[in-house]
Design a protein around this ligand. Sequence first.
Ligand code: NAP
Length: 232
Amino acid sequence: MTETAWELPKTIGIIGGTGKEGKGLAYRWSKAGIQVLIGSRQQEKAQAAAQDVNNLLGTTGKVQGMVNEQAAQTADLIVLTVPFAAHAAMCETVKPFVQGKIVIDVTVPLVPPKVARVQMPPEGSATRQAQLILGDDVQVIAAFQNISYENLLHDEPVECDVIVCGGNREAREVVIRLVEAAGLVGWNGGPVENAVVVEGLTSVLIGLNKQFSIQNAGIRITCIPGKKDLSD
Ligand SMILES: NC(=O)c1ccc[n+]([C@@H]2O[C@H](COP(=O)([O-])OP(=O)(O)OC[C@H]3O[C@@H](n4cnc5c(N)ncnc54)[C@H](OP(=O)(O)O)[C@@H]3O)[C@@H](O)[C@H]2O)c1
């Protein structure tokens, strides 16, 4: 993998962005002034989702909706927010349009109905599956798997950090800055092999949500000197 110096993206394309997690991220990044393109299999559904987010933002036309392929082609950086059952096929669909780019993979390899049980694919994780499909010219980075959409669609501080794994160090740094742009705390979690930890942690958090009848259990990295605590 090449050690490119990556720049912050001007445009983010969210594949499957009509869903709960995608709309939450679109809201957060759009609020931070980044141009967001919501992707869908259907143009009309993408436009309706973009309208929903624009309504939340109190603006018109800021977030745009389009089919996934067009969002992947137009955006500088791509985010994948689709159910795991659609993950491999969606990676194949966007593959021609994401070469040379960073792809943030938010997908958790949940296998219903036992979603509180870790069930990784043979590749080791969804992120590694995406990296194998998309190839070495794409920096696939795992992030946001532990952030419930419930935490994203409002402006309150989020009591959950984001561990960022995969790709090279420079690409992870770009994603950490996007985590911060979304109002969250991000950490360099190391190489793609570590993505199994953040993806698996989601099942643990889902189990805790069930035990305590809540929707947004989270995790926090502690005792790191000099890092701002957004819960203060
Ligand atoms: N929800 C959360 O709080 C949360 C938190 C962390 C991580 N995640 C992960 O983020 C991903 C998205 O979660 P979500 O809750 O936003 O999911 P979702 O609402 O169920 O689905 C997101 C979008 O994926 C597209 N999609 C669904 N089935 C598809 C298929 N067979 N082929 C292609 N596209 C399909 C749909 O878009 P179109 O119909 O418009 O094409 C849908 O709006 C999942 O992997 C999930 O595990 C979710």
